[in-house]
Design a protein. Structure first.
Length: 955
């Protein structure tokens, strides 16, 4: 008999002999806990759970309902948190419905938990056998190994921990620890033969071997422990490999072994029942014997004594047999119990393993599915990429093909071109070589020509010089004083006005006396050139251009405009107020021309150009003096023009009856040119005087009085002096009275024989101006008849230059002497005239006027023309006339001179000539002046100090 403390034996409902206390119950609890944990992992049940903890967990019936709902979803639709009893009842009802063992509700309150554990394990067993017949669970089942593989519920088992596996092994039968190889030695011969080749793995056994083994009956002779060893070996192998798959053949073997074990246990149970019945029979037999013996015991027969002894002996023998049988039975029961337990354990382990494998398989499947999906997706992407690459490749391939073809075409084209070019290059080469030869020949010819050209170029300068000389000679042949007549047009639409000009020719014009009729009225004049009213400023200048240009060749040129007031002198010389480039006057055009021409000659002659403006206002008898002329650097004609404009703005202007802006002074613009011949080193000095004379006017006609009258008288006087000079020149007098006026003094170099002089005669063609026009024309006629000496260029070699300077200084001293003499003469005259006009004075006067040609002068320069009957008036108006008028004019001159000298001293106004021109070295003389009113007038005009503008071109 075993120890009652550790094991109590008995026969259970299933007929298996099971250990009941402690260990078995603990194993069952463990199994249950593992199962519940797989179903409801959130419960976190401990493996070594006690009855009390398990009760606490299941007491409210909620977990029970959850387990059932997990296995069969919707088995218990309503699980209450508060009505525990109802939950338990619902669970028990469901168990009842499935035909599974139940427990009492009180079992969850107190006492042993065994009925509860058994109930749940039976539920587990049913779930493992998938006997719920529930589609929902079966749909998730998976088959392992083969189509006929073990079907397990789709329960999620966590992988067993190492501790759990160890614990499981420790609880397993000691047979389970044996290796498959050791077990093979314990199986029967046939079984051993079948497995004799099996050394390591069941999975490696061939299907034939396993088939043989399964079919053979050798399992019958195999010990139970060996069979269990095989089961455990397979399971362990499956656990160790963890490959989630038991080969079908091994599963079949396992099943075969399990069936064999089950069969044996059934046989054992049957045997036990038989034994038990046997024992019952024996017990009854012994009971009957006991009753016999008890009956004998009540008798006293000897034979009875002997019978008692035999019975007793038999009884003893029977007792011994019984004890042996009982012992055997107990052994068998223990063995069956152990086997049952092992089988149960193996079964559970197998189930657990299956669950684990299934979970792993599900995980692996899910993973595989996931990976498969990923791979499929990737494959799809690759496929798409492949397609894209393929299409791009195709398009690129086509593109490249196209390009290749294009390139081939281009290459072919280019190579054909190249060939053509080569050919053309060859022909061009030939041409070039031919051209080279031609070119060389041409070069030779050109060389020869160049030589001749060089020779011609050498002669060019000589020829040019000759040309210039010839040109100037032609000019001289034309007459050194040339007279151009310009007829002023009728302004402001007065074209209808009757004109006194009957005919205008190239160089002649005919004027008609409005007071006469017929031929007698006509008078013709001939000049070098006549410009009609329609002549433009440009036309006028074009005609005089060669003259202005000769200044650059070292000639003195004088262009002056003469005419009555308002006849267009200023217009011709300067242009109208606010002139445009079209109607600029001679001054500006000449300047431009000289600048341009000098620039074009810079390679041979280096020019210096200086400009001076002098205004002669109210003729002064003390002689000419030009003050410190302001010199301004100029780079272009525009600079000069600006300065000339400033000078013009200060010109004495006032309105007369004849001209709104009548010039009340003589304006002399002098352009000094000094040119240095770079080849010879000689110097050319030329002056261009551009003189705009103040307008002559008849005082009575112009209706002036006071200062205006004085101005007019001064103007007339200076013009008369001018006429005297012209007259003297025309008469070739030995004495030319240059010093009678500032104007003639200033123009001396231009009028004095070697200059080229041009006079513009400006006339008005209206009837009212007839007398002035006629007078002017006559004057011009006279001038045009003057023959000056041949014009001479002021070309100085170095020696000549020095001599010229000496001459100039001598001239200066002579002119000073002349002035002195004149002054003394004037003083002398005064003294003579003071008491009375003595016969001596008269003779002196006569002797002074009795210069050669004086008579002619009187005839030609006076207004005694029979056509014009205003002699008495004009004598005082104009500075030239009859002898008597001359005399009175002289008297007037003397008076004026006296007044002027007095007032000049007060005014201290100086005028200087340009310093650059040797011939016109400034001669300082007593400052001119005038009356108080005059000084104010000057100050007003000049801003207090401005008198001249002298402009010099920078070196
Ligand atoms: N050819 C011409 N074409 C157009 N207008 C002219 C011409 N000649 C002169 N004039 C105009 O006649 C007016 C008088 O001319 P300008 O001032 O030149 O005369 P002047 O002889 O200088 O007079 P003065 O002696 O009084 O100064 C001006 O308005 C001028 O513009």
């Amino acid at each position: 008999m075993g120890s009652p403390k550790s094991i109590s034996t008995g026969i259970g409902k299933s007929g298996f002999i099971v250990s009941t206390h402690g260990e078995v119950e603990a194993k069952h609890r463990l199994l249950l806990v593992q199962w519940i944990s797989t179903l409801l992992p959130s419960l976190n049940l401990p493996i070594d759970i006690t009855d009390d903890v398990l009760r606490a967990c299941l007491r409210d019936g909620i977990v029970l309902c959850q387990i059932l709902n997990k296995l069969r979803p919707g088995s218990i639709p309503v699980v209450s948190e508060f009505d525990h009893e109802e939950n338990i009842k619902s669970f028990l009802k469901a168990m009842d419905g499935m035909g599974l063992p139940q427990f009492e509700i009180s079992d969850l309150e107190k006492g042993s938990m065994k009925p509860v554990v058994d109930c749940l394990l039976s539920l587990r067993a049913k779930s493992l056998l998938n006997s719920f017949g529930d589609n929902s669970s079966s749909t998730t089942n998976s088959k392992i190994g083969s189509p006929r593989g073990i079907t397990v519920p789709s329960l999620q088992f966590p992988p067993p921990s190492e501790t759990a596996i160890k614990h499981h092994r420790s609880m397993s039968s000691p047979f389970l620890t044996e290796s498959p190889t050791s077990l093979m030695h314990q199986v029967g011969l046939k079984f051993h033969e079948v497995f004799q080749e099996k050394q390591e793995s069941y999975a490696d056994l061939s299907p034939t071997k396993i088939s043989e083994m399964v079919k053979s009956v050798s399992l019958d002779s195999a010990p139970t422990q060996s069979l269990l060893g095989v089961v455990n070996g397979i399971l362990e192998e499956a656990v160790e490999k963890r490959n989630g798959e038991i080969p079908y053949r091994v599963t079949c073997l396992l099943r075969k072994v399990s069936l064999e074990l089950e069969r044996r246990m059934s046989a054992q149970a049957e045997h036990s029942r038989t034994q038990s019945n046997l024992f019952k029979v024996r017990e009854e037999k012994y009971q009957s014997r006991i009753r016999v013996l008890e009956a004998l015991a009540s008798g006293t027969i000897t034979e009875e004594g002997e019978a008692e002894r035999v019975i007793e002996e038999e009884n003893k023998s029977d007792d011994k047999d019984f004890e042996r049988s009982m012992k055997k039975q107990e052994d068998k029961i223990m063995e069956i119990s152990a086997l049952t337990e092992d089988l149960e354990t193996s079964k559970k382990a197998l189930e657990l393993k299956c669950s684990q494998l299934e979970a792993e398989a599900i995980g692996a499947k899910a993973e595989i599915e996931h990976k498969t999906k990923a791979y499929e997706q990737q494959l799809e992407e690759w496929h798409i990429k492949c397609k894209e690459l393929e299409s791009s490749y195709v398009s690129k391939y086509n593109e490249w093909n196209m390009k290749k073809n294009q390139m081939l075409n281009v290459v072919n084209f280019q190579s054909s071109n190249l060939q053509k070019m080569k050919l053309s290059w060859e022909s061009i080469k030939q041409d070039v070589m031919q051209e080279q030869n031609v070119y060389a020949e041409e070069c030779n010819r050109v060389g020869v020509k160049l030589k001749s050209l060089a020779h011609a170029a050498e002669n060019y300068k000589v020829v040019m010089a000759e040309n210039r000389k010839l040109f100037n000679e032609i000019q001289e042949l034309k007459g050194n004083i040339r007279v151009y007549c310009r007829i002023k047009p009728f302004l402001n639409g007065a074209k209808e006005k009757p004109s006194i000009v009957e005919h205008i020719g190239e160089d002649d014009l005919v004027v008609a006396n409005p007071s006469k009729q017929g031929k007698d009225a006509l008078r013709s004049f001939k000049f070098n050139k006549v410009f009609g009213p329609g002549a433009t400023q440009e036309e006028v200048y074009t005609d005089i251009q060669p003259l202005t240009r000769s200044v650059l060749d070292g000639y003195n040129v004088c262009i002056f405009a003469y005419g009555q007031t308002g006849s267009g002198k200023t217009y011709t010389m300067t242009g109208p107020t606010g002139a445009t480039s079209e109607n600029l006057g001679v001054n500006y055009r000449a300047l431009n021309d000289l600048f341009r021409l000098s620039t074009s000659r810079t390679s041979s002659i280096e020019y210096e150009i200086g400009v001076q403006m002098v205004e002669i206002y109210n003729e002064q008898p003390e002689g000419l003096a030009v003050p410190d002329a302001s010199m301004f650097p100029v780079n272009a004609p525009s600079d000069v023009i600006k300065l000339m404009d400033i000078g013009l703005q200060h010109r004495a202007i006032s309105a007369t009856a004849m001209n709104e802006r009548s010039s009340r002074s003589h304006s002399v613009v002098t352009i000094h040119v000094r040119g240095k011949d770079l080849n010879s080193g000689s110097t050319l000095v030329g002056n261009l005087h551009l003189v705009d004379l103040a307008g002559s006017e008849r005082v009575n006609r112009s209706e002036v009085t006071g200062d205006r009258l004085k101005e007019a008288q001064h103007i007339n006087k200076s013009l008369a002096a001018f006429g005297d000079v012209i007259f003297a020149l025309s008469q070739k007098s030995s004495h030319v009275p240059y010093r009678n006026s500032k104007l003639t003094q200033l123009l001396q170099s231009s009028l004095g024989g070697h200059a080229k002089t041009l006079m513009f005669i400006q006339i008005n063609s209206d009837i009212t101006s007839y007398s002035e026009t006629l007078s002017t024309l006559k004057f011009a006629e006279r001038v045009s008849g003057i023959e000056l000496g041949a014009a001479r260029s002021n070309k100085e070699s170095k020696d000549v230059k020095e001599l010229m300077e000496q001459v100039a200084s001598l001239k200066n001293s002579i002119s000073r002497k002349d002035e002195e003499i004149e002054r003394l003469q004037v003083l002398h005259l005064r003294q003579v005239q003071r008491p009375s006009r003595s016969p001596r004075n008269e003779s002196l006067r006569r002797s002074k006027s009795a210069i050669p040609g004086d008579k002619i002068h009187q005839e030609n320069w006076s207004y005694t023309d029979s056509d014009f009957d205003e002699r008495s008036n004009t004598n005082s108006d104009y500075g030239y006339g009859s002898e008597s008028s001359k005399s009175s004019e002289k008297t007037e001159k003397t008076k004026l001179a006296h007044r002027s000298v007095t007032s000049m001293k007060k005014a201290s106004v100086k005028i200087s000539s340009p310093t650059k021109t040797p011939r016109e070295t400034p001669k300082m003389s007593p400052a001119p002046g005038g009356s108080k009113e005059k000084r104010q007038h000057w100050a007003h005009k000049t801003g207090g100090s401005f008198k001249t503008v002298a402009v010099k071109r920078p070196d």
